[in-house]
Ligand binder design. Structure first.
Ligand code: ATP
Length: 353
């Protein structure tokens, strides 16, 4: 990636809180390059360091060591108000006594911009988030989703180079949340502004992002497009955090891996090393077949569009297969029945650890 393509970069960022035995390493040597104009998501469980990384980019915290760069310039020591970066928080933090338009124009007004320009920008921003009709209302008269749109319009008004979004949708109910996901993606595409979005919701990350940085325990575990992360997770954490998956202990043998049952599984992308490994395969890539790996049907759960079938291999390994339900909803499965399974070509991945 050329330097001119990078909007934000964290270089070996470390953030420690507290001293001695009570010290927490919220970020442990994090390096990431976020491209200009991309929708980049930091995804990980609670406490993994997502918000801390966002706060370092915003300038609300300084790193214990390492650097933050914007457009190739070191901004590690630049105060937040001098960074061309804005943040949208989960709590919208709107001013209840001001109108919607005044809220949106507030930042520009503080910068001393002329009244006409403030009003014109507020109007344009409200059109962008489709709230023109609400301009003169008090924000306390708006729904949660509308308030979130106002917060977005306000954050976009000063034309930041980078917009940071810290779990902005988590206070919304599911339906509204889905609508706002589409809305946010549209806003990002229309404005071309680099979005750095924080969430612990893997589905949200998969559906909205150009690229995702998966975090755990203060480290970035993997960076890639949603499809890469889902189909080629590098380790056990990423594989299990993003969607459901199966883990199978195996021993590498050239371009194949031998399962505990003795069955050989072909690998499309065999690693150069040898020895024991863990394989992963998604439930939707497991098929029942006439021949293949012998298994017993343990149980199943009907989910409408598909049925999750729990299978036991001969060595005791459990494998879940997600099979498409037929029109009648009848599974045709019998508990304890002997079946065979196969993995879709290219679906088996060897994990790093
Ligand atoms: P969540 O999704 O719950 O917000 P997160 O991934 O954003 O989690 P952070 O808020 O970045 O995680 O916190 C990372 C770690 O650093 C946690 O263990 C947290 O308790 C700790 N931490 C964060 N801020 C501080 C602070 N000001 N003082 C002490 N510890 C902190």
């Amino acid at each position: 990636m050329g330097v001119s393509e990078i909007a934000i970069e964290a270089r070996n960022a470390v953030k420690a809180f507290g001293q001695g035995a009570a010290a927490v390493r919220a970020l442990d040597d994090v390096s990431v390059q976020i491209r200009k104009g991309e929708f980049f998501t930091l995804l990980g469980p609670s406490g993994c360091g997502k918000t801390t990384l966002l706060r370092l980019i915003a300038g609300f915290e300084s790193p214990t060591s390492g650097q933050i760069l914007l457009d190739g310039q070191d901004i590690t020591n630049l105060p937040p108000n001098r960074r061309p970066v804005n943040t949208v928080f989960q709590s919208y933090a709107l001013f209840p006594h001001l109108t919607v338009a005044q809220n949106v124009g507030f930042g520009l007004q503080m910068q001393g911009k002329p009244k006409a320009e403030v009003e014109e920008t507020a109007r344009r921003m409200l059109a962008l988030v489709r709230l023109e009709a609400m301009a003169d209302r008090k924000t306390s008269q708006l729904s949660g989703g509308q308030q979130q749109r106002v917060a977005l319009a306000r954050a976009l008004a000063p034309k930041p180079k980078v917009l940071l979004l810290d779990e902005p949708l988590s206070a919304l109910d599911l339906k509204l949340r889905k609508e706002m996901q589409v809305e946010l993606k549209r806003l990002q595409t229309e404005t071309g502004i680099t979005f750095v979005f924080v969430t612990h919701d893997q589905e949200e990350a998969l559906t909205m992002s150009d690229r995702i940085g998966v975090m755990s325990a203060g480290k970035i575990q993997q960076i890639g497009a949603p499809r890469d992360i889902y189909t080629r997770p590098v380790n056990r954490f990423v594989a299990s955090f993003i969607g459901e998956t199966n883990f199978l202990p195996a021993t590498l043998q050239g371009a194949a891996a031998r399962l505990g049952t003795g069955d050989l599984v072909e690998l499309t992308d065999p690693p150069t090393r040898s020895g024991t490994v863990t394989l992963t395969v998604r439930p939707e890539q497991v098929r029942l077949a006439e021949s293949g790996i012998a298994a017993t049907i343990a149980s199943w759960v009907y989910f409408g569009t598909d049925t999750h079938v729990h299978l036991a291999l001969r060595d005791g390994t459990e494998v879940v297969a997600r099979l498409q339900s037929n029109p009648s909803g009848e599974t045709g499965l019998t508990q304890g029945a002997e079946v065979h399974l196969r993995f879709a070509p290219g679906a088996v991945q060897v994990l790093g650890d």
